[in-house]
Design a protein around this ligand. Structure first.
Ligand SMILES: Cc1cc2nc3c(=O)[nH]c(=O)nc-3n(C[C@H](O)[C@H](O)[C@H](O)COP(=O)(O)O)c2cc1C
Length: 206
């Protein structure tokens, strides 16, 4: 696929088939991940690629519990009351579907980043793992595999780490289900460039 067709049609795909992803495709996706930048090129990332059925099922249970926690957060509780055909309503319905079916995705990737002793996670910690997460999603899109960056597993972080034997000093930055999508890829709804990109100084339209 042309790069710009990939990047302009990659969006959150949360309704996924349970069909397996070929080994070769998965290897290509992970190879894209490790081509991402990281601060000082430290590559302090790790990826737990979960295909084991029982572990996926358990991640699905934990994710569903996490969804329950998220729905207690006022912003999301409010969004849950939006009309089902509004943008927020549609997004939430899609996210709820994932919460109810995560364990059925054939692959679930935990993208992790390790911290130096005594250092707390910060914006720059995230900056050393989220480019790799985006590479995973773009590579997946190029291979017609759907994905979605998610983070609510962190409501059950200790249990997720225990399940996958992730060390205590490693942060689980994102959980990414991968699978062939039931729906179609397409351009995601975004604010236009003229609203968000400025020419030479803040506020001056590009
Ligand atoms: C930091 C971050 C955390 C996210 N966490 C979740 C999540 O836990 N669950 C989920 O279903 N989607 C999650 N998303 C996906 C967003 O809801 C999604 O990217 C956004 O609605 C845009 O979707 P679109 O590309 O289909 O327009 C997250 C996205 C980001 C960037």
């Amino acid at each position: 696929m042309d790069f710009f067709d990939v990047v302009t049609t990659q969006r959150a795909m949360r309704r996924l088939k349970s069909d397996a992803i070929p080994e070769d495709a998965l290897r290509r996706i992970m190879d894209a991940a490790i081509c991402a930048p990281s601060g000082g090129n430290r590559q302090n990332w790790s990826f737990v690629v979960v295909r084991d059925r029982a572990k996926r099922a358990r991640l699905g249970e934990l994710y569903r519990e996490a969804w329950g926690e998220l729905m207690k957060v006022p912003y999301y509780a409010g969004a849950a009351k939006e009309p089902p055909d509004s943008p927020a309503g549609k997004m939430l319905a899609s996210a709820r579907h994932l919460a109810e079916h995560l364990g059925e995705a054939p692959v679930i990737v935990l993208a992790c980043v390790s911290l130096d002793p005594g250092v707390k996670a910060s914006l720059t910690t995230g900056a050393s793992i989220y480019p790799a997460v985006q590479n995973i999603m773009l590579a997946a899109r190029a291979l017609d595999v759907g994905s979605c960056i998610t983070t609510i597993h962190r409501f059950r972080d200790a249990q997720v780490k225990e399940l996958l034997a992730i060390p205590a000093d490693v942060e689980t930055a994102a959980l990414i289900p991968l699978g062939y999508p039931l729906g179609k890829f397409g351009r995601p709804p975004r604010r236009p460039v003229r609203e968000v990109a400025f020419a030479d100084r803040w506020g001056l339209a590009l």
